[in-house]
Ligand binder design. Sequence first.
Ligand code: KG4
Ligand code: ZN
Length: 351
Amino acid sequence: MTHILAIETSCDETAAAVVVDGRRVLSNRVASQIEMHRRFGGVFPEVASRQHILAIQTVIREALDEAGVVRVADLDAVAVTHGPGLAGSLLVGVNAAKGLAFAAGLPLIPVNHLEGHVYSNWADMPGNPGAADEFPVLVLIVSGGHTELVLMTGHGEYRLLGRTLDDAAGEAFDKVARLLGLGYPGGPAIQKAAERVALGRFSLPRPLLRSGEHRFNFSYSGLKTAVLNLTRQLVKAGSDPTEPVTAAEIAAEFQAASVDVLVEKTADAAQEFGARQVCICGGVSANRPLRLAAQERFAGLGIPLHIPAFALCTDNAAMIGAAAYYRQQRAGLGSFCDLGVDVHASLGIGD
Ligand code: KG4
Ligand code: ZN
């Protein structure tokens, strides 16, 4: 059995986990900085790095204790996110991981954060068994920083089919929520507001939905601008777009447009490439209407769908431990003895 301690600090969650054989999650601790960033309405890189420094030791200690790991040297490897993300934040996790690996004489496995999101689908959580090893898998990564459609032809083998041409989906949720005075982070705030109202008072576009050249690409800045224009029209007509019911109605339309585009493009790609299963991951995959719409669409197509348990949708370290396991299985643990790991703020996947 391979026990991996994984560390994740790419954005605003300080996270550590112990994962066995890439699937069994023994512990999954996350210290969120949301309350800190709520005050500023977004993530300030300098603040994020400092918060990671303050939290990391405790988070790692808790993850080890919860997993019953007495000594770091009892593990088989340390894994850490080395990109993409905020450079200053990534450095905190990478340096902590280097220190532990050096002191305990363990291999150090650098993991791409996006590959981590993909492998959140393989980690087992109670009531949510991991995905099957049946390829090709069509993966939709949909988070605060990324919106990517990736064809996975085997473990660690990715082909980028399409991506956002401008804003990421989660970023658009955050910006639209700010515009409507709904708070931060925007995704959960929009979901909650939308639950209280019916659709139909406003209408918003579905960008690039039937676009030949951009069939598998996304655009969220256009949708965000459509919301901005709508709020301006309302102000001109003498009404307040941040009035709770109006804001909720706009939020609901924005969420419906986002979900339609995400589900339709994923279904289109899954059929085009003969996917044997579909995985959806990243912070936005926590969105309930998206989960329900995807379940219905893929049940109709007869393609198995996997969406991680809620705790594995937003940033966490269990997904990094899962990805690290499958990485070392391909390359061998012995190939990870170099501690000279650097951070890569704009690392991609499959391109
Ligand atoms: O994966 P993640 O934790 O961090 C990145 O790698 O970016 O994703 C964070 C994003 C934020 O933009 C947040 O608003 C969005 O995920 N999010 C949601 C929901 N929960 C989190 N978006 C829509 N609905 C949700 N329930
Ligand atoms: Zn993420």
